[in-house]
Ligand binder design. Structure first.
Ligand code: THU
Length: 143
């Protein structure tokens, strides 16, 4: 757990604000996210689909927007969901975010005033990162 800072609260406000645009007619669980990337802020919401598996989470929406804009130095992500206690990123989002900075700050909020701040490496220890692929290359393909 990390201490909550003013920049954390500012990023959280962007996530809370954009949550209103969530498209969640199936779960009715709205999520907003914001990433601080290369000095800019990008927002995302969960976008559900009649084919449930085609749903995209808010965090990955924000991440894709940042990368598409060429902003890949991601320092922090904030997520706000409809749960009473702070909403934590799902496993797939943890993995997707880890690609860009395993140590990024993760600021989490919900409907209550409670806010959690953690390092992404606390939420996803022993993550699979590109270094494992490079090791495979060094050893040669034995299959
Ligand atoms: N959801 C997110 O947007 N982010 C998460 O980290 C957890 C889950 C969304 C996906 C789905 O639209 C709804 O919340 C319920 O699972």
């Amino acid at each position: 757990m990390r201490n909550l800072t003013q920049p954390d609260l500012a990023l959280l406000a962007f996530a809370r604000e954009v949550k209103r645009n969530a498209y969640a007619p199936y779960s009715e669980f709205r999520v907003g996210a914001a990433v601080y990337a290369s000095g800019e802020i990008f927002q995302g919401v969960n976008v559900e689909n009649a084919a449930y598996g085609s749903t995209l989470c808010a965090e990955r929406g924000a991440l894709m927007a940042a990368v598409a804009a060429g902003c890949k130095e991601i320092d922090a992500v904030a997520v706000v969901g409809d749960s009473e206690s702070p909403t934590v990123p799902c496993g797939a989002c943890r993995q997707a975010l880890t690609e860009f900075n395993p140590q990024m700050r993760v600021i989490m909020g919900g409907r209550s005033d409670e806010v959690l701040v953690m390092g992404l490496d606390e939420l996803l220890p022993e993550a699979f990162v590109r270094g494992y692929l490079d090791q495979d290359e060094e050893q040669g393909d034995e299959a």
